[in-house]
Ligand binder design. Structure first.
Ligand SMILES: Nc1nc2c(ncn2[C@@H]2O[C@H](COP(=O)(O)OP(=O)(O)O)[C@@H](O)[C@H]2O)c(=O)[nH]1
Ligand SMILES: [Mg+2]
Length: 402
């Protein structure tokens, strides 16, 4: 995978744009995005990792990421997905822009209004009068049905092909769905879970295809729920959240508006605050008005004290952890931990858990992958082979005759 993309989804007015702005505004910009173009609705979010500079007791000079006090901020891409159009609720299908954004996403953060003050179509309603659970079921069903329709449209062809050519159904399906960011291993796993007979796809019923679509969706677009607007959520929020968890969802309470306020206050030097933390400190002698101070106190007591954080950073990191990724640091010189230009621990790469030293070589450059000789694990100073399974936080130097 080239870059990780997390989509921020939900009906109108739940706080998608607020979440997006809060999540992507939080840090000074990194000069070298691993992403070529940043479109209007795309931004960069960061995942926190312990930087190896701490263990090696060196001062690093990051290139594709950032390091603050021993914490490495590794960038991922975010898309503020176009809101679900109200017509989607009436069964007219999903909007084109929505689908186009969705295709690109590897994981989704579904923003839900926990205060129950937006109705099914995203119009304001009195707090608590709408059950947010409806939104959770709705979005999942909508994506599942979308997938099923795509499979269904060509199903006769695919099933016939599988039978006539003795071709594997998983391969044929994955060829069909590759444009949607769906891989053969997603389908392979989904077919297992759905308990379908791969030898007889021509016998798969409509219901089977729906079940399969749901499992493919879970594999290829895992969802985490940002239970948003907790600053004005009802008293029984914690129980509500438990109900959602019991249904098998991952859910994190969030207050996007609070995070945005805190990052702005921090940008203006009114407070010291790092995303994900449970408190902030007010700077002396600032020009904050009483009203602004009260606003910050409100956030401290209603959000940070009650929930331990605004939840935004936790949400980002949980979304990435659903994808089973580790972070690895390739270097040229395993003694100085430098690249060709002498930068120390320059790059942090996301890799799928289970990736090998050779996979990393290919990620650095295809020539280096093709001409891989061996690798050196800088933490142990040991030579490792092509099949060495990378661990989170590994610092690896690759030797090749490229
Ligand atoms: N109380 C509260 N309001 C929020 C929060 N996040 C967003 N909002 C408000 O909800 C409204 C819709 O937010 P917006 O981000 O535009 O929603 P979108 O349509 O989903 O992109 C705005 O008035 C926001 O200020 C939150 O965490 N708490
Ligand atoms: Mg918006």
């Amino acid at each position: 995978m080239s870059s990780m993309i997390v989509g921020i989804v939900g009906k109108p007015n739940v706080g998608k744009s607020t979440f997006f702005n809060a999540a992507t505004d939080a840090h000074a910009e990194v000069a070298n995005y691993p992403f070529t173009t940043i479109e209007a609705n795309k931004g960069v979010m960061y995942v926190r990792k312990n930087c190896p500079c701490k263990d090696f007791k060196v001062k690093c000079t990051p290139h594709n990421s950032e390091c603050k006090e021993g914490i490495r901020y590794v960038p991922i891409e975010a898309i503020d997905v176009a809101g679900l159009v109200p017509d989607a609720f009436k069964g007219k299908g999903l909007g084109n822009k929505f689908l186009d954004d969705l295709r690109q996403a590897h994981a989704l953060i579904h923003i839900v209004d926990s205060s129950g003050s937006t109705d099914a179509e995203g119009n304001p309603c009195s707090a608590g009068s709408y059950d947010p659970m409806n939104d959770i079921d709705f979005l999942e069903k909508e994506i599942t049905h979308w997938l099923k329709e795509i499979i269904k449209k060509s199903w006769e062809n695919i099933a016939r092909k599988a039978q006539m050519e003795g071709n594997k159904i998983e391969r044929l399906l994955s060829d069909h769905l590759t444009g949607l960011g769906i891989r053969e291993d997603h389908i392979h796993h989904a077919v297992r879970v759905s308990n379908l007979d791969v030898e007889k796809p021509q016998n798969w019923s409509d219901e089977d295809l729906l079940q399969l679509s749901e499992d493919i969706r879970k594999q290829s677009k895992p969802i985490i729920i940002a239970y948003n607007k907790i600053d004005k959520a009802p008293e029984n929020l914690i129980e509500k959240q438990k109900d959602i968890k019991e249904k098998g969802y991952r859910v994190i309470p969030t207050s996007a508006e609070s995070e945005l306020a805190l990052t702005h206050a921090s940008d203006h030097d009114f407070i010291s605050y790092l995303p994900g933390e449970k408190s902030f400190s007010l700077h002396e002698n600032t020009s904050l008005s009483d009203k602004q101070k009260q606003g910050l106190e409100y956030i401290q007591s209603k959000v940070l004290d009650r929930f331990g954080s605004t939840g935004i950073q936790q949400c980002i990191e949980e979304a990435v952890s659903m994808l089973d990724l580790i972070v690895v640091y390739p270097v040229e010189d395993e003694h100085h931990l430098t690249d060709k230009e002498g930068r120390i621990l320059p790059d942090a790469y996301f890799m799928k858990k289970g990736s090998t030293a050779k996979d990393l070589a290919y990620k650095v450059h295809s020539d280096i992958g093709d001409h891989f000789i061996r690798a050196i694990n800088a933490r142990t100073n040991r030579v490792v082979g092509a099949d060495y399974e990378l661990e989170d936080g590994d610092v690896i130097s690759i030797v090749s005759n490229a």
